[in-house]
Design a protein around this ligand. Structure first.
Ligand code: 8YV
Length: 324
């Protein structure tokens, strides 16, 4: 049986490469010099795409219109904002993602970043490595604390709930922001983000990226969060107005921020790295060997389901499976 043609928009982890090359004729976009010529000649045969936020390639109208035989997109990650969903849907393409398998890992990282930011853990380590402990024989300056804080979760989906469970164990009260209140959730709910930012002093963003949430956390929200305010972003860079955040951090409008995600990853605004009250991580939320293996296998399982004309495990809600 001939192998269907698959386009990978960038490099993937070895276990995915092995399984994909076994089942498909794989073309690696990152290795193709003349993409235009490739899309002209091979594009019409491509039936599957494997993509992920780390490839920084948009599966947009320009790309989709060159792939008339496309049936399935396997997104390595839960967030699929790099894909033009309405266009894929219009073309009858099923999008799959990797929900649930990363919830606990991302929640662990979120709480880690929160503690790093509030208790200045990376700054304290740098201070010690630079010999300042030995030189000064002084305590590292006392830091802000998680004690007496209250957290507003910007997004209360599966990962938001996993973060909430952890914060409960930390004795930190939580509220949540969303479009509508969720049944059986006894927490304070806000559909007005400025109002929630006024009532809490810590925001954790964990909601989908894309046009609907672009710059949701803007100057007004940061102002409402106030001078003791801490912002943690585990979602997508696009949900935070980055220039407004820089101004708020530099002017003391908020106390500190911790970012795992940025505009223009991986070539982020270098000016961000000069801001001392900003803690940064290179988009490592789900980046453990354990969790990435589960995500990688689920991504390929979905693609192979197409090859075998079986139902995909995890199609996204916008493109429900109705047959191949
Ligand atoms: C991955 C993510 O970094 O799941 C997501 O949406 O952002 C991450 O877990 C990314 O998908 C890798 O491409």
């Amino acid at each position: 049986m001939s192998k269907p043609a698959l386009l990978s928009t960038g490099p993937m982890m070895p276990l995915m490469v092995t399984r994909m090359e076994d089942a498909f004729e794989v073309h690696w976009l990152n290795e193709i010099k003349d993409r235009d010529a490739f899309l002209d000649t091979v594009g019409p045969r491509i039936e599957a795409i494997c993509t992920g936020a780390h490839t920084a390639v948009r599966t947009d109208v320009a790309m989709l219109s060159r792939l008339p035989a496309l049936k399935v997109i396997g997104n390595y990650g839960v967030g699929y904002d790099s894909i033009d969903v309405p266009e894929a849907k219009k073309r009858g393409v099923i999008i799959t993602n990797t929900p649930d398998v990363l919830n606990e890992e991302v929640a662990d990282t979120a709480v880690g970043l929160l503690l790093m930011t509030v208790r200045e853990l990376s700054r304290a380590e740098v201070w010690m490595r630079n010999g300042q402990w030995a030189a000064t024989a002084a305590d590292y300056p006392y830091t802000p604390s998680l004690r007496d804080r209250s957290v507003g979760l910007v997004g209360y989906g599966r990962i938001g709930k996993a973060i909430g469970r952890r914060l409960e164990a930390f004795g930190v009260p939580i509220s949540y922001f969303g479009r509508k209140a969720q049944a059986d959730v006894p927490l304070p709910f806000y559909d007005d983000l400025v109002a929630m930012a006024e009532d809490v002093d810590t925001l954790i963003a964990i909601l989908p990226g894309g046009p609907a949430t672009q710059n949701l956390i803007n100057a007004q929200v940061l102002e409402a969060l106030g001078p003791q305010g801490v912002l943690i972003n585990m979602a997508r860079g696009t949900v935070v107005d980055e220039p407004a955040l820089k101004t708020a951090l530099r002017s003391g409008k908020i106390l500190a921020a911790g970012l795992d995600v940025f505009w223009n990853e991986p070539r982020i605004d270098p000016d961000l790295l000069t801001i001392p009250n900003l803690t940064v991580l290179p988009h490592v939320g789900s980046g453990s060997i354990y969790t990435r293996s589960k995500m990688g296998n689920l991504t390929v399982d979905n693609l192979i389901a197409y090859k075998e004309r079986k139902p995909p495990m995890t199609p996204v809600p916008e493109t429900p499976f109705k047959g191949w």
